[in-house]
Design a protein around this ligand. Structure first.
Ligand code: UDP
Length: 489
């Protein structure tokens, strides 16, 4: 009988920032390798944006040994109204389990390939039981950094100790430490679900997801040693110090990043942005984008617009219609024209100095363009890596999920970002005023000692990122170890 070739099954959870790096990882795996196959099983939600997803899945440049099975949409209307993003994502995966089971059964009967491992994204942990049933190796693809992973692995312990004794009455400015954290983190900077009451479903569900991370055969993390050496080392050390027979031991970590898109497959606004940038002086433009779904209130949107005008600097801004929730467009495709929500006359007054585009821009190409000087970002992990790779310093403006932790890492630990100050009101909510926005933009865009130091540091990180991916680089080695393991199973 002919030898069967290895095949890896990947289950991304809904959300572009989970799908994008996983597809890039799959491309790396099959690069120059005709034997290995990657089969995606993609759960989808009725609310989530399909156009951007389709442009990734239907990209004609993808090698033939990567295939996709897109599952029918799970109806988000079946969920309680206003569910947290992570709850919606888990819901989609949970409700797709019977179909994922069906797909796995059919893959298992292949005469040409044998399924070796199941790789899934952070919020798709419910597939773990299926993987065990089919006797597959299991890997979580952690699309955030090792610091956040270390926190997640430590959360069950925090839950049993600090959080249980304080019963969530800790003040938002109190701090916690976890293995590998270089600075203590304030409670308010922890991932969204941890800010909910301990008895809430959102918190319990997140805790569950975190517990599951200790049950997998490996965690593939989109990071590199130089970027998060302490967190990576801390997870490895805990693993080595413990007996793997308990379920509280961290998984083996493969830091294989930075994995970023070489160019955006989505053509929306591409020509307009790149042509406009071609006509700007070198390193003169501030790029502003809040990930695949970051949104602001109308009041904050106005302040950003006026702050940009006051700064007097050139900008390219990806604008979304206002929404009271920071991730308002992450799963919900916006139908209305966001530019209608900008202050009256803003577009005309800033013509020549600025370009505003609705909803989407070719981010990787913008960050790699010579006219781009800095990036005002919501600190999504993919955006951070893209900025690091291209050596572009950041202004950190986190909105939701684990972005506040990422912002602390950028500002306090790596020191490659500035951060505007919020004026906090009685509800603990805050707004960044136009004067503050203009001030922080000037600090970043104008020549000064602080700015020069930040630029030097990010250039150094950019070099380290490239080094990690060279033939003998740390990420290449981690990647080869993993691939070797899969090929000989
Ligand atoms: N992205 C893009 N154009 C946009 C907005 C986002 O190409 O206008 C891409 C971006 O390059 C990144 C991903 O979408 O790869 C966003 O992921 P990230 O982790 O930064 O943020 P999230 O979407 O999870 O908030």
């Amino acid at each position: 009988m002919e030898k069967k070739h290895p095949c890896i099954v990947m289950v991304p959870s809904p959300g572009l920032s989970h799908l994008i790096p996983l597809v890039e990882f799959a491309k790396m795996l099959v690069h120059d390798d005709d034997e290995l196959n990657v089969r995606f099983i993609v759960p989808t939600l009725s609310s989530s944006s399909s156009s951007s997803m389709n442009s990734i899945l239907n990209n004609s440049d993808l090698p033939p040994n990567i295939t996709f099975t897109v599952l029918p949409q799970v109806n988000v209307e079946d969920l309680p109204v206003k569910s947290q993003t992570s709850t919606q994502i888990r819901f989609a995966v949970k409700h797709s389990l019977p179909l994922i089971h069906q797909q796995l059964t059919s893959f298992m009967s292949s005469t040409t390939h044998h399924i070796v491992a199941l790789v899934f994204s952070i919020f798709a942990t419910d597939v773990l039981d299926l993987a065990k049933e089919f006797n597959l190796l299991t890997y979580v693809f952690f699309a955030s950094g090792a610091s956040v992973l270390s926190f997640c692995l430590y959360l069950p312990y925090l839950d049993q100790t600090v959080f249980s004794t304080t019963n969530n009455t800790m003040s938002l400015t109190e701090t916690v430490n976890f293995p590998g954290c270089v600075v203590p983190f304030q409670i308010k900077d922890l991932p969204d679900p941890v800010l909910y009451e301990r008895s809430s479903e959102v918190y319990k569900s997140f805790l569950n997801v975190c517990r599951t991370h200790s049950l997998v055969d490996g965690a593939i993390v989109n990071t590199f040693t130089h970027l998060e050496s302490e967190a990576i080392a801390a997870i490895q050390q805990q693993r080595e110090a413990n007996d793997r027979n308990t379920d509280k031991v961290p998984p083996f970590v493969y830091p294989i990043g930075p994995i970023i898109q070489s160019e955006t497959s989505n053509e929306v606004n591409r020509l307009e942005c790149l042509t406009w940038l071609d006509n700007q002086p070198p390193r003169s433009v501030l790029y502003i984008c809040f990930g695949s779904g970051g949104t602001f209130s109308q009041e904050q949107l106005n302040e950003i617009a006026f702050g940009l005008e006051m700064s007097g600097h050139k900008f390219l801004w990806v604008v979304r219609a206002p929404n009271e929730y920071g991730g308002g467009a992450y799963l919900d495709e916006q139908k209305e024209d966001p530019l209608h929500h900008l202050p009256s006359g803003f577009v005309d007054r800033t013509k020549g100095e600025g370009l505003v585009v609705p909803s989407w821009a070719p981010q990787v190409e913008i960050l790699g363009h010579g006219s781009t000087s800095a990036f005002l970002s919501h600190c999504g992990w993919n955006s951070i890596l893209e900025s690091v790779v291209h050596g572009v310093p950041m202004i950190a403006w986190p909105l939701f999920a684990e972005q506040r932790m990422n912002a602390v890492l950028l500002k306090e630990v790596l020191k490659v970002a500035l951060m505007p100050e919020k004026v906090v009101d009685n509800d603990g909510d805050g707004i960044v005023k136009r004067e503050e926005i203009a001030r922080v933009i000037k600090r970043m865009m104008e020549e000064n000692e602080e700015g020069l130091k930040i630029r030097k540091r990010i250039e150094h990180l950019s070099d380290a990122a490239a080094a990690a991916l060279t033939q003998n680089g740390s990420s290449t080695k981690a990647f080869s170890t993993l691939k070797q393991k899969w090929k000989i199973v």
